[in-house]
Design a protein around this ligand. Structure first.
Ligand SMILES: Cc1cc2nc3c(=O)[nH]c(=O)nc-3n(C[C@H](O)[C@H](O)[C@H](O)COP(=O)(O)OP(=O)(O)OC[C@H]3O[C@@H](n4cnc5c(N)ncnc54)[C@H](O)[C@@H]3O)c2cc1C
Ligand code: SF4
Length: 506
């Protein structure tokens, strides 16, 4: 039985970070390495704050965790010091808790009943407890390979090795199918590898999990574009002939551009991923990045994870200044329950650790144009104050200038982090006879099957650019659907339906 008064005994305490000076001079994760005793004691206190609510909104699915993580159960196991059972209960619903423990924005914490009482310290630090359980489990060798079930003799191809593809592959291998993951990049992991920087999740965390998948029997083929025609690629005819089912986990990697923005063509103006991918490659030992922020005035357009990752990367590369521009108003620091009532995802200012390090964020501003020098290199951006208005009928947003004043901000490196438009154009789609929806994603029926029989879809490719936790949830759900398709019925869990959406205020 949990301690119903634990939250009155202990204050919420997030994971302590390393000093700004220390962490901005290396690429390691921003959080402090705690001694084993400190980690166990602090996590135990935080887990003790959980009341084991009668209706635990934290794991409800729609408002809380899409994976249905059994949060009050493992909080109580940690409180009692039973880390082994806690790891079992955590892994029962989540293939990769060490990824979500580090990366998830934690809708579970927004939905925690204690989020309603900031005066009592606010939500349980669910994400911190999750990461600790996962890390302790790895340290104590509690994460072991699971032998697959009885071999079914059925072969499944998973296209794409991001979190969605990896979750689907692990579930299907464990169900006894012969699974091969095809990845066109030279290394595995999708955005976990070449999008998300080391300072948010060190790649060794990904590599040790990949070793577990290999040991369980999942096969991996890298530098192989499915549907491509270069040497080493897998043509669609072979894909169809050699596999009984196909899972498309190809992501939504088409970056949104702004070709109409004057000066976009100047040297030094790039899409965010053009900056992040080579920076991640440099950390992997592939040699210096082609787009470094060293000594430059960096201007990042856009909000969200991608913009914050460019921000932290630019600081670590030694930028002279970093500015992040957002056309929307600055959100409040605390939730306004009239605007976004609990337990919906609150509209608040999302401050990432990198924003505390250096640089500035500006709100309600838009770039009118990039200004070039005599060599065609960007040297500044012209900014205007704006207001964004939403048309009630069409839902379209219009950016309206609210002042005649135009200011200049120095800029030697301009980065567009303004989102993704969906699945990239690739020969695989034509080969399978698939057409993207208006939002750029790949549609499916209630069983995750696309219009091409035996071809299933999950993750960002289906949902549009989203989150790691949704990718894992969809990967698990698609595995259930593929298993049922191949064998007639499935015992695998299916945490989300293809139409599931996070609970947000209208
Ligand atoms: C910069 C950045 C930072 C982010 N930070 C966070 C964060 O902090 N927290 C969070 O929850 N989410 C974050 N996200 C979102 C998260 O990374 C994605 O939602 C998640 O990775 C989607 O997983 P996925 O498996 O669907 O696709 P992806 O991770 O995009 O993987 C798709 C893979 O498919 C491969 N592929 C595509 N076509 C083919 C083909 N024809 N043949 C073979 N392989 C193919 C691609 O090379 C890629 O490796 C971030 C996203 C970005 C861009
Ligand atoms: S809502 Fe918060 S306090 Fe209640 S069970 Fe979940 S984590 Fe514990």
């Amino acid at each position: 039985m949990a301690d119903p008064r634990g939250f009155l005994s202990y204050r919420r305490a997030d994971s302590p970070k390393r000093s700004k000076t220390e962490r901005t001079h290396d690429w390691r994760e921003v959080y402090r390495d705690l001694s084993a005793e400190e980690q166990l004691a602090q996590t135990r206190e935080q887990a003790t704050r959980c009341m084991d609510c009668g209706i635990p909104f934290c794991h409800s699915g729609s408002a809380g965790c899409p994976l249905g993580n059994l949060i009050p159960e493992w909080n109580d196991l940690v409180r009692r010091g039973d880390w082994s059972q806690a790891s079992d209960r955590l892994h029962a619903t989540n293939n990769f808790p060490e990824f979500t423990g580090r990366l998830c924005p934690a809708p579970c914490e927004a939905a925690c009943v204690l989020a309603l009482t900031p005066a009592a310290g606010g939500a349980v630090t669910i994400k911190r407890v999750e990461q600790s359980i996962a890390d302790v489990a790895w340290e104590r060798d509690l994460v072991v390979s699971q032998s697959p079930g009885l071999a079914t003799g059925r072969r499944v191809a998973v296209v794409g090795s991001g979190p969605a593809g990896l979750a689907a592959a692990q579930q299907l291998t464990r169900a006894g199918h012969e699974v091969t993951v095809f990845e066109r990049d030279d290394r595995l992991g999708g955005l976990l590898r070449y999008g998300i920087p080391e300072f948010k999740m060190e790649k060794s965390v990904l590599d040790r999990r990949l070793e577990q998948l290999r040991a369980e029997g999942t096969r991996f083929v890298t530098s192989c574009e499915v549907g491509g025609s270069r040497p080493g690629d897998l043509p669609v005819q072979r894909l169809r002939a050699e596999f009984d089912a196909v899972v498309l986990a190809v992501g939504a990697l088409a970056g949104r551009d702004a070709p109409e923005l004057p000066g976009r063509e100047l040297t030094g103006v790039h899409l965010a991923m053009d900056h992040l991918v080579p920076a991640n490659r440099e950390c992997e030992g592939d040699g210096p990045t082609t787009i470094s922020a060293a000594g430059k005035h960096v201007v990042i357009i856009g909000g969200g994870d991608t913009a914050a990752d460019c921000y932290g990367t630019a600081i670590r590369q030694g930028a002279a200044s970093v500015s992040q521009l957002d056309q929307y108003p600055r959100p409040p620091d605390d939730p306004d329950f009239d605007v976004s009532p609990w337990p919906t995802w609150p509209w608040i200012l999302r401050t990432y650790p990198v924003h505390e390090e250096a640089g500035e964020r500006r709100f309600e501003v838009a770039v009118e144009r990039f200004i070039g020098d005599e060599n065609g290199h960007v040297r500044a951006v012209a900014l205007r104050h704006v207001r964004v208005e939403k048309d009630r009928e069409t839902g379209r947003r219009e950016v309206i200038p609210i002042s005649d004043e135009v200011t200049e901000l120095p800029c030697d490196l301009g980065l567009l982090a303004i989102g993704f438009t969906g699945v990239e154009d690739m020969p695989l789609l034509d080969g399978l006879g698939l057409v993207r929806t208006r939002s750029g994603s790949l549609g499916c029926g209630p069983d995750w099957q696309t219009e091409s029989p035996g071809v299933f879809v999950c993750g960002d490719a289906h949902r549009g650019a989203s989150l790691v936790v949704w990718a894992i949830a969809e990967g698990r759900a698609v595995a259930h659907a593929v298993d049922a398709h191949l064998t007639g019925a499935s015992q695998l869990p299916s945490p989300v339906h293809p139409t599931a959406l996070p609970l947000v205020a209208p």
